[in-house]
Write a protein that binds this ligand. Structure first.
Ligand SMILES: O=c1ccn([C@@H]2O[C@H](COP(=O)(O)O)[C@@H](O)[C@H]2O)c(=O)[nH]1
Length: 220
């Protein structure tokens, strides 16, 4: 069966058997700083070892000078991809991180806009300009504001867009994909209780919503 367009947000510890089974339904996993602080880098390495996913993303939302971001990324060799803030800019920051990740065959995502209500979308013209300059593999945009995803998709037709903000933060499963995201990032709505049951329902709802909107697209 085709994997669902979901990236699991792992911000707290999940039993490895459950994670292994959950991963057979999804594209990837995203490792958060809270989980890494709880179990350490070696604990995270053990957790992800042997897990069958297409992508392991480290989400520490790096935001520092290039040298420090490179030092952090070089300690996390289990990751395929890293998320960084874009507001730090290219020169002396993201240029160095991108160069390092390129040399290791790893991918960079930049935050285009965040999902919480306090994010100011007037910042987005700046993040768009940094994303253009840095040319990352992908972008993080908010599922909570579909119009913002659509704008980023319009600006960056070929980039992978990953969107958090589903379920607990309010967006409907599938909604981000309908607005142009490549994958939906989902954490607490899956892991607060009975993860496999919750994931199955979410996969179903995502498929229904995407069928509904793609059907609508095809009728236009
Ligand atoms: O704007 C952003 C950027 C990143 N996140 C991250 O996504 C997940 C969302 O988890 P839920 O439990 O599904 O709300 C989490 O790891 C955040 O750090 C975000 O929410 N918003």
């Amino acid at each position: 069966m085709e994997k669902a367009k979901i990236i699991l947000a792992l911000d707290s510890l999940v039993d490895k058997g459950t994670l292994r089974e959950a991963c057979s339904y999804v594209h990837g996993i995203k490792i958060g700083l809270p989980l890494t602080l709880d179990i350490g880098v070696s604990g995270v390495k053990d957790l992800v070892k042997g897990i069958d996913v297409d992508e392991v993303i480290v989400d520490f939302k790096l935001a520092d000078i290039g040298d420090i971001m490179v030092k952090i990324a070089s300690k996390l060799d289990f990751a395929d991809s890293f998320i960084s803030h874009s507001f730090v800019g290219r020169n002396g920051a993201l240029d160095e991180l991108k160069g390092f990740l390129d040399s290791k065959g790893k991918k960079l995502y930049l935050v285009g806009a965040m999902s919480h209500p306090g994010w100011d979308d007037s910042l987005n013209s700046y993040t768009v300009s940094v994303i253009r300059e840095v040319n990352p593999y992908g972008i993080v945009t908010p599922a909570t504001r579909g119009d913002v995803i659509s704008k980023f998709r319009h600006e960056f037709a070929d980039k992978v867009i990953i969107s958090p903000g589903l379920g607990t933060q309010g967006a409907k499963y599938g909604e981000a994909i309908c607005h142009g995201a490549s994958f939906e990032i989902i954490g607490r709505s899956i892991f607060s209780s009975s993860p496999l049951k919750a994931l199955n329902k979410i996969v179903e709802k995502q498929r229904e919503e995407v069928l509904r909107c793609k059907g609508a697209e095809n009728r236009e």
